[in-house]
Ligand binder design. Sequence first.
Ligand code: ZN
Length: 293
Amino acid sequence: MSLAIPEDEVVETAETDETVAVPEMPEDTFSGTRDEFSDYVLTADGAKFYYELDGERRSIVIPYLEIHTYMTVTESGNVVAEGIRELDPNKPMIAMTFDDGPHFEQTPRLLEALEKNGARATFFVLGDRVLWGPSNEKALKMIYESGNEVASHTYSHKDLKTLSAEKITEEIVKTRNAIYSVIGEYPTLVRPPYGNYDDEVKAYSYAPLITWNLDSKDWSFRNAEKIVEKVLAEVKDGRIILMHDIYQSTVDAAEILMQELTSQGYQFVTVQELFYYKNVEPENGVVYHGGYN
Ligand code: ZN
């Protein structure tokens, strides 16, 4: 889960219970995994979470009425991270991922199809496409507001392996800023163009690197039937599927796949959801091909 703590929020230290201001943080949020926020008590004023920051044990009380802005607590009592739906962990899950957008026409079409099928996906967007014009910015906002996952595919789709550390950093930072300028949030995952990486790319992406373990070949087929056939032949619980929301045939194929595979019990999830339910804790500089290691 992710706890976004406003800078002016007041916290109490565990030992003395006296109130202190939250220390300055590099960004205005402090986030962590379920495990880091698993230590809490329910008090009269709200849920009191204990956590570690800069080696110090701290706590914060979140009033019950505000808890929904930080997280979702499911009926079964599990604390689910922000942006993660309550899904059936015993049913198979797949993450469709869409690269190279946003696309002013195809992205909204795809979002509508996802919504209709109760599905979600991850969009690895290009920084320069995000800033291409108002209709692309609108498409990115729609991805974000519909609960789908926004992730980075770098700024200008260069093969990062051919770039200097400085240029890799520039591709990453410019994309982070482009995305932030439109949706007010930074992406956490990066997909290197062409799935190409080396040690330098891993180090200077400052993020978990996400590739795939099922290539729909949509970029080469440009034919919905062939895309569907390839995915159905290789689909398997935990797979991350490479697709591109810039082709009409891809969106057509995604619609067919959602209908077909939902009826087979598959749940269409974001990469973040896939990792959450498959107990993968993504780390910066590590490459992930699927929801199992
Ligand atoms: Zn790409």
